[in-house]
Design a protein around this ligand. Structure first.
Ligand SMILES: C[S@@+](CC[C@H](N)C(=O)[O-])C[C@H]1O[C@@H](n2cnc3c(N)ncnc32)[C@H](O)[C@@H]1O
Length: 845
């Protein structure tokens, strides 16, 4: 795009909106959340609205041919049964752990830097920087624009969580205390048809290749295994999550589930059960973004072009509902009602076919109109009306206005006789918009398919509409099926708070990339605060009432069209990336013996035993003392195995002690297994090995190792050698100040077939993104600089609204120079194309 010359204005201060009325419990800034008391760590999830008491199934004696009769209390709702349906389930409650913060001060810093760079550079864009598009926008045509982002009061941060929705939602309820606080939930679950289609292996491609043995595939395969009862497992899975959604929803809240026609019928019955049939609000039919699909098993039968949104209220009488409108010219189907024409002469006639089909415009000065009912259900305004020499009476109903009102309508030419009745002449241009209905036929806009980031991906238009219809700015929106992050992006766009989660690391990284890499329009607020709502575009509505009483037309706000502040652009506000706390992972899969009298020690031994056996089938568990927990021995080798804690990192001390214990027993090879490792373990390992004799392997336990289903699959795939990204840190002089520059050289990829780790150079196409924390506190990673391989991300182009040379979005391998800060320590996080993250930490001298 050619630069548009502009008179530079003085750049204004970055201002921000705050969600000022929100005070929520929160996880501590860094580190671990203390666990709940032991007796609260597992809760019963009730899944029964009384059905279990309403039903009795008797067993007929052997050989009895009488029909089986279900004896059910007829006052209860009919319902759906599936194999293994239960009315209660024990669910462990795991805390959330914050792994990464994209904080407001960091974003402000980045904006300041983007602005400075934009002013300094007039030519080529800086390459591959996350905010490169922002810089470019500022530089090329919007220098004077303010850069905004929405922030929240200290007590709130948006959340992108890696984890199973069941456990994440339990955690939101019990740790974050969000029961009754969520205004809207949007769920786009797998459709329960083909479990192959709902996951993606790589961050940078929507094409899956089964030969790529990456662990995300394993996770999903494991999930597929746990859905071995097909639709039965699927209904159980949804039922559990829907009950949790209900518990999280505010009294005025809404739950939407997106589904195809394969299961819309079963899901609706299920949602009737969970929310109560009375709380059914609507079944929206919307046009799919990605073309038609064939019905299951037949390619020649009627193609499906629509999906559905099942919408239930937590409590329908209390439902928050904001009527939205579509502008009349934008949709055609509803226009059918307006089939008459009033010519400037006053003559009225039906539209011709060409006029109705839009092939011929109506003559200038004419009005298209509909002949609307002039009566109302309230029989309070009953009188004989004389019009054009005839007398009309509204009984058994009443007129919609008084005698005086009718006189005004007659004077304004707004009445017409239709057979034996009299009607109101309602011009199409009395109100240029229609209330939206449950048919959304404008959501399948062509072009989305080429912009696919994720293998299954909802049109943002659908999600934006659902959010705008049921929430206000600042309200909390939850999507337990994050995928590419459509709901989070739409919530961010509309100034709502959001939480989203996904089991897939690929999904989490696609979402993070999308959120951080785009710009948004900035909307005007009524009073500078999001809680005060936005200013909206309005349209005037001439109503029968306004005509009958000579009133000004009614002013109607278009609540999905906030007024845009053209002097500002906006970037994503702060959020935190979290995962389920690792420390009680074992509780929820039944690894812990729960008999009375078994205390902490028993628990720990059990955990160590499980992990050691998963690592090596031949592991012989050692006694309770010492840091060598197991020994694996055969003719070729004798390996000491030491397992890191569930609740934290493997420390340098553990490695040292394990090595000493191993040496004391004559073992020269030590494998230290951990969920996470302290920053300096690489150096400790080298130092120990340099002293000779001993070989130390640091082994990462994959975060989902104890996940449901996985333990049954090939256990050797659950562990990988700890391999850190290869970086270089150099000092550079910048004036008087010494600054630091970081270069990413390579990333370690684990080849599961050959069980080896191979270093790939950073420019070999395996790095999806890397992040730099300029001042790592040793605990929580903060993104200060972010670099993406944007080559395959067409949405960036769309955000920029510009044609961009793909080279401009190649991954940048050098950081921006930055000063040494207080912790004198940096961390670099690399996300590979499979969504795996690895972090390396370097002390700065
Ligand atoms: C149909 S996709 C959602 C796509 C999303 N609407 C979008 O626009 O990108 C469903 C997502 O749910 C995730 N998922 C499936 N089961 C899950 C579970 N138990 N917990 C969390 N996420 C899950 C899958 O990994 C997948 O990314």
């Amino acid at each position: 795009m050619a630069p548009v010359p502009r008179t530079p204005k003085a750049a204004k201060k970055v201002t921000r909106y705050t969600y000022d009325e929100i005070k929520e419990p929160r996880t501590p800034e860094t580190g671990h959340t203390p666990l709940l008391p032991a007796d609260e760590q597992v809760v019963a999830l009730p899944m029964d609205n009384g059905w279990s008491k309403a039903i009795h199934v008797g067993k007929l004696p052997e050989g009895d041919e009488r029909p089986v009769v279900v004896d059910m209390d007829p006052t209860a709702d009919p319902m759906l049964f599936w194999a293994g349906k239960r009315n209660r389930r024990e669910v462990p409650v795991l805390p959330l752990q914050r792994n990464e913060i994209v904080s407001d001060s960091r974003i402000a810093q980045i904006i300041a830097r983007a602005r400075k760079t934009a002013e300094e550079q007039s030519g080529a864009a800086r390459q591959g920087h996350l905010f490169a598009d922002l810089e470019k926008t500022l530089r090329e045509n919007d220098k004077g624009k303010r850069v905004e982002f929405y922030t929240h009061e200290e007590g709130w941060k948006n959340k992108l969580i890696c984890g199973d929705s069941l456990h994440v939602m339990e955690s939101l309820l019990h740790y974050e205390k969000l029961g009754g606080k969520v205004q809207m939930i949007y769920i786009d679950p797998p459709y329960g048809v083909n479990y192959n289609t709902n996951f993606q292996q790589r961050v940078d491609s929507t094409n899956n290749d089964d030969s790529e043995q990456v662990d995300d595939v394993l996770t999903i395969k494991a999930f597929r295994d746990t859905w071995s009862l097909g639709i039965h497992s699927y209904l159980a899975y949804l039922s559990e999550r829907l009950f949790l959604c209900r518990a999280l929803l505010a009294e005025s809240g809404s739950c939407f589930v997106q589904i195809s026609d394969d299961n819309v019928h079963t899901l609706r019955v299920l949602m009737d059960e969970v929310f109560g049939g009375d709380n059914f609000v609507s079944q929206v039919t919307f046009w799919k973004t990605s073309g038609a699909s064939s019905p299951q098993g037949r390619t020649d039968a009627l193609a499906a072009t629509c999906d559905y949104l099942l919408w239930y209220a937590r409590s329908k009488p209390a439902l928050k509902y904001r009527q939205l409108y579509t502008l009349k010219d934008a949709g055609r189907s509803a226009d059918a009602a307006y089939s008459w024409l009033e010519l400037p002469s006053g003559e009225r006639r039906p539209l011709t076919d060409d006029e109705r089909d839009g092939l011929l415009p109506p003559p200038p000065g004419s009005h298209v109109f509909t002949r609307a009912d002039l009566t109302s259900q309230k029989p309070t305004t009953v009188f004989d009306l004389v019009f054009e020499g005839r007398t009309f009476n509204p009984l058994p109903r009443g007129w919609r206005t008084t005698q005086e009102g009718m006189t005004k309508l007659i004077a304004k030419g707004r009445l017409t006789v239709v057979g034996k009745t009299i009607r109101y002449v309602q011009y199409k241009d009395d109100f240029p918009a229609y209330p939206i209905t449950h048919l959304w036929d404008d959501t399948g806009i062509a072009g989305f398919t080429s912009d696919k980031r994720y293998v299954v991906y909802t049109s943002p238009k659908v999600v934006l509409r659902a959010i705008a219809m049921t929430t206000s700015p600042g309200d909390l929106v939850l999507d337990p099926t994050c995928g590419s992050g459509t709901t989070a992006v739409c919530a961010e766009q509309l100034g709502r708070r959001w939480i989203t989660c996904d089991t897939s690391r690929v999904a989490i990284n696609v979402a993070r990339q999308w959120l951080l890499g785009r710009t948004f329009e900035h909307f005007k607020t009524r009073n500078g605060r999001l809680s005060g709502d936005f200013l909206y575009r309005t349209v005037d509505r001439v109503t029968l009432r306004s005509l009958a009483y000579d009133l000004e037309p009614e002013r109607v706000e278009l609540l999905d069209q906030p007024e845009v502040d053209k002097d500002a652009i906006r970037v994503c506000g702060p959020f935190e990336v979290m995962s389920l706390g690792r420390y009680s992972v074992e509780d929820w899969k039944g690894y812990v013996v729960r008999e009375p009298g078994i205390g902490e020690t028993a628990k720990l031994e059990n955990y160590i035993e499980v992990v050691c056996r998963l690592y090596r089938k031949d592991a012989a568990i050692q006694g309770a003392t010492g840091l060598v927990h197991a020994v694996a021995e055969n003719e070729r080798e004798k390996i000491a195995i030491s397992v890191g804690p569930l609740s934290g990192r493997v420390t340098a001390k553990q490695i040292n002690d394990a090595v000493q214990d191993a040496l004391a027993s004559g073992m020269l090879e030590v494998h230290v297994l951990g969920w996470a490792f302290e920053a300096n373990v690489g150096e400790v390992k080298s130092a120990l090995e340099k002293r000779g004799k001993v070989k130390v392997e640091l082994i990462l336990i994959r975060p989902d190792t104890l996940a449901e289903g996985l333990k049954a699959t090939q256990p050797e795939l659950l562990f990988s050698p700890l391999a850190l990204p290869d970086i270089e840190v150099a000092a550079v002089e910048s004036g008087k100040e010494r600054q630091v520059l970081v270069t990413l050289n390579g990333v370690a990829l684990f080849d599961r077939k050959r069980r080896t780790t191979e270093y790939k150079t950073a420019d070999s196409g395996y790095v999806s993104a890397w992040y730099l924390d300029e001042d790592y506190d040793g605990d929580c990673f903060v993104d200060c600089q972010m670099f993406f391989d944007f080559k395959k991300a067409p949405n960036i182009k769309a955000a920029l609204k510009a044609e961009v040379d793909p080279e401009e979005f190649a991954l940048k391998l050098n950081s921006e120079p930055f000063p040494v800060r207080s912790y004198k320590r940096i961390a670099v996080k690399v996300v590979d194309v499979y969504g795996n993250e690895s972090v390396v930490v370097k002390e700065l001298d």
